[in-house]
Write a protein that binds this ligand. Structure first.
Ligand code: GLN
Length: 532
């Protein structure tokens, strides 16, 4: 552990750190740099390192931490992996999400197994070594590997990561490492000026840990004058052309275009010995679709529990936007609070979407949304929990009044959604969900199969409860049909409403596979139906 592994000679590493505050767009910056490198024909890989002590992101509160993004191999990760997948059109795995808790868990297990031969186990060199190994492993096969370090430089828990990426340049050569620091410059309304002092201090902190950055990305809410870049350049020792000002953009997919136009492009061209002009047509098209004056806007009612934090449903929102761009309509999101939802809310939108969720809070409102969609033929897309509430609504419409999920009512007799035999007892917290990619077969001739254009699909999952097929008769009597199952037929994967313009629901999370330039068919179907 921690010893030098031989690595591909020409492989390049870009480390993205942040200062001043977190949540100002390190992930978007890292992903956008990757997108520009890809557009220059390079093979790019990317990784998020999170210093907090959780073993995975599965148990983090989505209201505080944003969506939990699931990889194809079932890792529960930070929402930045979602940005990476959307910007780089890659399918990432657990190698691409490195958490302190996980590394420490492994270290302690090794210590218990006596693998350290009597040595003292320490943050340096053992944790820092494990971090470097994780980086080397995730970089495998790429021309350029990008590593984003979560949090801000100077955070207590992040120090091992900062030390690890500093040491890494000794391992692969400083010329093969590029350090990018993302800082925030606030605008003070009363004096009407941008203040660069916190950014200067953040750069000093980074230098204090032995890292002199090669590029600085300066995030601001509004466009800032060049004098700010000049000042930051002077204080950081980074040349002015390597300081890029990045004001808030109307769409994040504009950021690769901004980077390609900036001095950073020259810096990364020299760094990667690649002077090719990036082919950015894909991003130009997306930005054009986003900014074009739409003939029409569709109103999508998002029936949700966390209505004050877009990050909680970021992949769902991105999937809706992408479908809107393809269909040439603007998408207005109407947040419908699942705890107070009423018929009036459902009346006021063109389509309803019930996203995933855990726990009983807000369930009655979500069941009401599905019932409304069934009864009034309102376009509806159900994602995971959105399928489960549709099944409950349908069974209740068929007269099974007390139909419920055992997640809500553990003792219900009519457990139309339940934990399957063989799954019981595994439902304790932490890593016991059905996670990652699963195959499904669709019933040919159904709207689901037609919308996909195929009968064999693979989607990502993150759930514990399943539809109880003992109640199929009642569920179907209420208006739904099973339109897709697991290949062995045991698990219900898709349902749809009979004689309905568009009511589809899936046990999976198709939003995770949607791409800005290749929206997921289920979302395109919803937007099309909302348009009519
Ligand atoms: N809570 C439900 C389950 O565990 C749905 C999960 C989800 O929507 N991701 O099955």
């Amino acid at each position: 552990m921690g010893d030098t592994k031989p690595m591909g000679k020409k492989q390049k590493f870009i480390f993205v750190t942040g200062g001043v505050l977190s949540g100002v767009g390190k992930g978007i910056s890292a992903a956008s740099i990757g997108a520009v490198l890809q557009a220059k024909g390079l093979k790019v890989s990317i990784q998020k390192c999170d210093p907090y002590l959780n073993v995975d992101a599965g148990l983090l509160n989505p209201a505080e931490h944003g969506e939990c993004f699931v990889t194809i191999d079932g890792a529960e990760t930070d929402l930045d992996l979602g940005h990476y997948e959307r910007f780089l059109d890659l399918e990432l795995t657990q190698k691409n999400a490195t958490l302190s808790g996980k590394l420490m868990q492994n270290l302690i297990a090794d210590e218990r197994a006596g693998k350290f031969g009597g040595k003292t186990v320490q943050l340096v060199p053992h944790l820092t070594g494990a971090i470097q190994d994780a980086i080397a492993e995730a970089a495998d096969g790429a021309d350029v590997h990008i590593v984003e370090i979560g949090g801000t430089v100077g955070d207590y828990e992040g120090l091992s990561f900062i030390e690890a990426i500093r040491e890494f340049s000794g391992r692969v050569g400083r010329e093969n490492c590029l350090y990018v620091h993302v800082v925030y410059v606030p605008f003070i309304g009363t004096s009407k000026e941008f203040k660069s002092k916190p950014a200067q201090n953040a750069l000093m902190d980074l230098r204090g840990f032995g890292i002199v950055p090669d590029c600085v990305i300066v995030r601001t809410d509004e466009p800032a004058p060049v004098s700010i870049a000049r000042k930051i350049s002077m204080f950081s020792g980074v040349s002015e052309d390597a300081v890029i000002m990045l004001a808030n953009a109307s769409t994040v997919f504009d950021v690769p275009l901004t980077i390609a136009k900036s001095g950073i492009h020259d810096v990364i061209s020299r760094f990667t010995n690649n002077s090719k002009k990036p082919n950015l047509a894909k991003w130009q098209k997306i930005v054009a679709a986003h900014t074009s004056k739409h003939r029409k806007n569709v109103r999508i009612g998002l029936v949700a529990k966390y209505v004050d934090n877009e990050d909680t449903y970021i992949s769902v929102l991105e999937a809706l936007k992408a479908a809107g761009w393809q269909e040439g309509v603007g998408v207005d999101i109407h947040w419908i609070n699942a705890e107070t939802a009423s018929k009036k809310d459902f009346d006021s939108v063109d389509a309803l979407l019930v996203p995933g969720g855990f726990g009983g809070r807000g369930i009655p409102g979500k069941i009401a949304a599905a019932r409304y969609a069934l009864k009034y033929k309102k376009p509806y897309l159900g994602l995971c929990l959105g399928l489960q509430v549709a099944v409950i609504a349908s069974a209740r419409l068929a007269g099974l009044r007390s139909a419920n999920s055992t997640e809500v009512d553990a003792d219900t007799k009519n457990d139309v959604v339940y934990i399957m035999e063989g799954q019981e007892g595994k439902e304790s917290t932490g890593g016991t969900l059905r996670l990652g990619n699963y195959d499904a077969k669709l019933v040919s001739g159904t709207k689901t199969a037609k919308t996909y254009g195929t009968t064999k699909v693979v989607e990502r999952h993150r759930h514990r409860y399943e539809v109880n097929q003992a109640f199929i008769e009642q569920i179907e009597k209420g208006g739904l049909v099973i339109s897709g199952t697991s290949p062995d037929g045991k698990l219900v994967e898709f349902v749809e409403a009979k004689d309905h313009p568009y009511m589809l629901a899936t046990q999976a999370h198709p939003e995770l596979k949607s791409r800005p330039n290749r929206p997921h068919p289920l979302f395109v179907g919803l937007i099309k139906a909302a348009k009519r």
